[in-house]
Design a protein around this ligand. Structure first.
Ligand code: SAM
Length: 242
């Protein structure tokens, strides 16, 4: 199967994007700003309509494309919080939220998610993780704390254009840390007692996880998890390495 042609065909089927989103996507491409791939955008739209979230958290705003995509497909009363550490992108995102008339619906927190996430307390029923791939594993503990029972966690770029399946020694030395952290992340979210996860080869790889509805699973994650996930998470809390 020619995945590239298939992807072009699938993308041609979904043309349901507002003129503003199209414009922002074009501007982002012109400036070399990364935004979600088209097939990932389709998936995000579908999951948002299905979930009808009331509070969304996004980690990695860039210029606000996916935050606006989420806003357009969520109920009007849904509130969105999005985190971006790059000052210039944060400014452009704010402008785009105003252009869309959604400046009040979307709150942008400027700074490093590693510092911002521990200070958040509102529960979210939809979390979109789309920041530095090597940091997902470090964000996970806070993300799980912030995710409501039955909430969705969507993680983008988890397959790293396929290089995730290579052995550590087959990837460039400079990419090895990200590679091993992403493998650790994928292992953790697919084995965690609180999460049910499907890893999809959509776009650059998207993991769709649902947090258990049963709060009793908290205890399972802390005490009964036989695969060592809870221990791994505890270890990772102390891992300050970049
Ligand atoms: C792939 S882009 C996000 C694209 C955006 N979600 C979209 O689809 O429109 C990733 C963004 O995450 C930001 N980022 C990376 N690490 C971060 C961190 N630790 N805290 C906050 N933002 C971060 C980068 O500056 C970049 O703008």
């Amino acid at each position: 199967m020619d995945r590239e042609r298939l992807s072009v065909y699938i993308n041609s089927l979904d043309d349901q994007y507002s003129p503003l989103l199209r414009r922002i996507a074009k501007e982002a491409a012109g400036e070399g700003v990364p935004i979600v791939r088209k097939e990932t955008a389709s998936l995000l739209k579908t999951l948002t309509v299905m979930k009808r979230p009331s509070r969304i958290l996004e980690v990695g705003t860039a210029v606000g494309y996916s935050a606006l995509l989420l806003a357009e497909n969520a109920p009007r009363e849904c509130r969105i919080t999005t985190i971006e550490k790059d000052g210039r992108r944060a400014m452009q995102a704010r402008e785009n939220f105003e252009r869309a008339g959604r400046g009040k619906q979307i709150t942008l927190l400027e700074g490093d998610a590693a510092q911002i996430l521990p200070g958040l307390s509102a529960p979210f029923d939809f979390i979109f993780m789309d920041a530095a791939k090597g940091q997902y594993i470090h964000f996970l503990e806070d993300v799980l704390r912030l995710l409501k029972p039955g909430g969705l966690l969507i993680s983008d770029n988890v397959l790293q254009d396929g290089s995730i399946l290579e052995s550590r020694f087959m990837v460039e030395r400079r990419d090895r840390t990200i590679h091993s952290r992403m493998r650790e992340y994928l292992y953790t979210i697919t084995h965690h007692a609180l999460l049910t996860t499907a890893v999809l080869a959509t776009g650059d790889g998207v993991a769709v996880s649902v947090r258990a509805w049963n709060e009793g699973c908290e205890a399972a994650a802390e005490n009964v998890c036989t695969d060592g996930t809870a221990d791994r998470l505890r270890e990772l809390r102390g891992d300050g390495e970049e």
